[in-house]
Ligand binder design. Structure first.
Ligand SMILES: [Cu+2]
Length: 130
């Protein structure tokens, strides 16, 4: 992120543990908020700030030049990544982020160790499928 911009690379992740390493390349403080929402990241304005409904995690004030990592267990779906410091969201500091349903061998492997969960470990756990 930089002044009033936020650009995740890649903009797509897989369900499960998603690690965001957020670097503030700007000259002023920013923050990083992850919202699970069906709305587009640019359609959350409520008054002067973004509506933070669906907040699943955040990094508070991130000083210029610093980086922090936020690890979140995310379900498949659409997310908005925003900075909601006063005026920043309205200035365009937001981005869409998609989490795809995890599929294939990696999921099977990660869930094999807890095969007895019956799907209780995670909504996307293949064990939940009859
Ligand atoms: Cu900001």
């Amino acid at each position: 992120m930089s002044e009033y911009s936020l650009a995740p690379a890649p903009a797509v992740g897989s369900a499960g543990l998603v690690r965001f390493t957020v670097r503030n390349a700007g000259a002023i403080n920013h923050e990083f908020v992850v919202l699970r929402t069906d709305k587009q990241a640019g359609s959350l304005l409520k008054g002067g700030e973004a509506d933070e409904r669906g907040n699943v995690g955040e990094i508070g004030d991130l000083p210029p030049g610093s980086a922090k990592t936020l690890a979140l267990r995310l379900k498949a779906g659409h997310y908005a990544l925003i900075c909601n410091l006063p005026g920043h969201y309205a200035a365009g500091q937001h981005s869409d982020f998609t989490v795809r349903r995890a599929t294939g061998a990696s999921v099977v492997a990660s869930h094999r160790a807890r095969a007895a969960c019956g799907g209780a470990c995670d909504p996307d756990c293949p064990s939940a499928v009859p």
